[in-house]
Design a protein around this ligand. Structure first.
Ligand code: AKB
Length: 292
């Protein structure tokens, strides 16, 4: 879209795009963050750096540093950048179904009970709330920060294998089946979780960020394409890949987290604000991912 982009990551990108300026560094490098704001006129921020649920539980200190402190630092700097340059910085924050709990909900809507039981869930909720507060402060000044967030379910990509999360079992199981590898599942077969494909996840962010204004105090939206149990996925894959070998070794660390996350999400709000809609057909959804 003719915009100049600065991409910051701790890893080298798989593919490079000519017009993007890549920086290999960490989100917790405050000096670097300061210099990016000082040297550029920043209009939009997409902040993805995070430890996922399982990694965060094992490294609570690092999770606090990356998931909360670094996010707050970035939000504060974006806000000040907007104030100093007399404009609004649009800020996208990917939140997660991890903010829900302690009971497993069906068709969870944004205002349902959110009492996360994990470090990662508490980190995500803290930033949802912090960003919304800075957003409100900006509204009264007409400059500052426009905070927008999506609570993502498990995201399934056709070319990147995630690690460190609780919903990762699904993309990992799909990948094993496709590549003729055995898979040992850490969740019980009746565990139901919501998911979205990477394409729809990206489109949702673009659609949300394209909106001129969002007249709502609530700054977070649920999105989901399909919701399925481990068994549903296993049955599907066994039909597609008859040699696929699956076994179960339930992990308390994984099961206890999945049992507090919703089995499905209510997406009416996303539908109202940017027409979010999806086919919701489990088989069509999986066939598209498998055949990519
Ligand atoms: C995880 O499982 O930690 C993530 C998430 C749902 O936020 N995929």
């Amino acid at each position: 879209q003719g915009k100049s982009i600065i991409a910051l990551d701790i890893n080298e990108p798989k593919d490079k795009i000519d017009s993007v300026h890549y920086i290999k560094d960490s989100i917790i490098n405050c000096e670097l963050i300061n210099s990016i704001f000082n040297d550029n006129y920043v209009k939009e921020i997409y902040h993805f750096a995070a430890l996922l649920s399982q990694t965060a539980s094992k490294n609570p200190k690092l999770a606090l540093e990356i998931n909360e402190d670094a996010s707050k630092y970035l939000i504060n700097n974006a806000y000040l950048h907007g104030i100093n340059n007399k404009h609004i910085v649009k800020f996208f924050f990917p939140s997660s179904i991890a903010v829900y709990g302690p009971r497993k909900l069906k068709n969870a809507s944004e205002q349902d009970i959110i009492k996360p039981t994990t470090i990662y869930g508490s980190n995500k909720l803290a930033i949802e709330q912090f960003g919304s507060k800075v957003h409100e402060k900006s509204k009264s000044k007409n400059y500052g920060l426009d905070f927008r967030s999506i609570r993502f379910p498990g995201v399934i990509s056709y070319d990147t294998l995630p690690s460190g999360g609780t919903t990762d079992y699904a993309p990992q199981m799909i990948n094993s089946a496709k590549n003729n590898l055995e898979f040992e599942c850490k969740l019980s077969s009746d565990t139901v979780l919501p998911f979205i494909g990477i394409n729809k996840a990206i489109l949702s962010m673009i659609d949300l960020m394209k909106l001129e204004k969002i007249n709502s105090k609530l700054r977070v939206f649920n999105v989901e394409e399909v919701s399925f149990s481990v068994k549903d996925l296993a049955n599907f894959l066994e039909k597609q890949f008859p040699n696929f070998k699956l076994s179960y070794k339930i992990s308390k660390d994984f099961q206890s987290v999945a049992d507090t996350w919703p089995s499905s999400l209510n997406c009416e709000k996303a539908n109202k604000f940017w027409n979010f809609s999806t086919e919701k057909n489990f088989e069509v959804f999986l066939e598209k991912i498998i055949n990519k």
